[in-house]
Design a protein around this ligand. Sequence first.
Ligand code: ZN
Length: 179
Amino acid sequence: MKSLIVIDYTNDFVASTGALTTGQPGQAIENTLVGTTEDFIAAGEFVVMAVDGHDPTDQYHPENKLFPPHNVIGTSGRHLYGQLAELYQAQQDKIYWLDKRHYSAFCGTDLDLRLRERRITELHLVGVCTDICVLHTAVDAYDLGYQIVVHQQAVASFDPVGHDWALRHFQNTLGAKIV
Ligand code: ZN
């Protein structure tokens, strides 16, 4: 069994006015990312929206010292971007919304349990940023024994060097299939 994890494809990470945006590279993957999500829904696979949720007044959260406020809970910056928002609106009964607090979709969430109870062994990753939240999710997936497939036309970063490095790391170090 397989699952699609859609990571942080929100206004703050993708829209031109987003607080921590990947900009053009993030916007360029929209059609592929949304099409892949539609395919997984149509096939009846377990589709997860893994979405950062932050509280900028939380003095203990390490990201608050590293980045400007982004994906703040209760703001439109945290809403899904573009056509993905429309797809979620139409199909939300078939999508599992996962609030996350750290880079990895596994960190402090019930994702591993949700996958294991469905006997899912293969994770397909799409979203942003390739070298931050997608990377950390992939590393945790590797450590937990999942097979990883990264859709290279559906991941993006604001940092092209980091993006290319992460794709090599997925393949060479985490044994991921790059498609
Ligand atoms: Zn964050």
